[in-house]
Structure formats: C-alpha cells, structure tokens
Design a protein around this ligand. Structure first.
Ligand code: THU
Length: 135
C-alpha cells in the first residue's frame, strides 16, 4: 500500500477522535504485513489517566483480531482543522510498537497531509529499545 493511502486512512480515523479535554485529535492507520489496515483514534476520559492514544487503539484492535505482524503506521494529529505539524508517537506507544514490530523495518509515517510526510523506522524513534528479544 502507498504511504499516501495509509495517510488518507489515518486522516479518516482522526475524524473519530474523542478528545473533549485536550481537543488534540489524533488518527492512526496501521498496516499489517498481509495488507490489512486497522484504524485508531485517541479516546480521552474525564479521569484523564484512562485515555488511550490513537496508535495504541490501532494496535490493540489489530492484536485482538489475531494480527501479529506489522509493516507501517501513519499518524496525523492536531487541533481542529487540518494538521499543521507532525504528531510523533509518545513513548508508551513506541514501546507497544517495540513489542510487535521489527524495529529496523517497521515504518512510522508522521504526516501533515497526504503529500507532506516524514518516514522513520521504529529503531530511529526508539533506539536501543527493550523488547521481546531481550527476554
Ligand atoms: N496522543 C495520541 O493519540 N498519540 C500520541 O502519540 C500522542 C498523544 C493523544 C493523547 C491525548 O488524547 C492527546 O493526544 C493529547 O495528548
């Protein structure tokens, strides 16, 4: 799948963001090695702590459906309207990625639009990460 299409799906996922507290809306589209896409949005909570990031929503949807192998994730975020800056995955989400992905190969696409995006590997965003291979 083209990066452009994955970004389009992340933008679509962002429409579902439930962010009444921060008002910062995030969407993610996670591509499996078999070519399936799982979308996720951030889901906030009045008690704050139970809030979930868009990336983890996508991962947990996929893993709970039996998926274990992933190729890439596109992420978009920002306040109301079209994104104006890159939304990088938080540390907790990077650690969840580390659990299920080959960090040298897994691609993280942070996007402002379908045309304007950056692509980095998980190893670049989480160097020397601790994962299943360490145990
Ligand atoms: N958020 C994400 O969904 N993904 C990230 O990687 C960073 C932060 C969400 C959490 C919260 O709902 C809002 O963005 C502001 O932190």
């Amino acid at each position: 799948m083209e990066n452009k299409e994955l970004i389009r799906l992340a933008l679509e996922a962002r429409e579902m963001a439930y962010a009444p507290y921060s008002k910062y809306m995030v969407g993610a589209a996670l591509l499996t090695t078999k070519g399936r896409v799982y979308k996720g949005c951030n889901i906030e909570n009045a008690a704050y702590t139970p809030s979930n990031c868009a990336e983890r929503t996508a991962f947990f949807k996929a893993v709970s459906e039996g998926e274990r192998e992933f190729e890439a994730i596109a992420i978009v975020g920002g306040y109301r309207g079209a994104p104006t800056s890159y939304a990088y995955p938080c540390g907790v989400c990077r650690q969840v990625m580390m659990e299920f992905c080959d960090s040298a190969k897994f691609r993280i696409i942070t996007a402002i639009s379908e045309e304007q995006y950056l692509e980095q590997t998980l190893a670049e965003l989480l160097p020397n990460g601790f994962g299943p291979n360490n145990l």
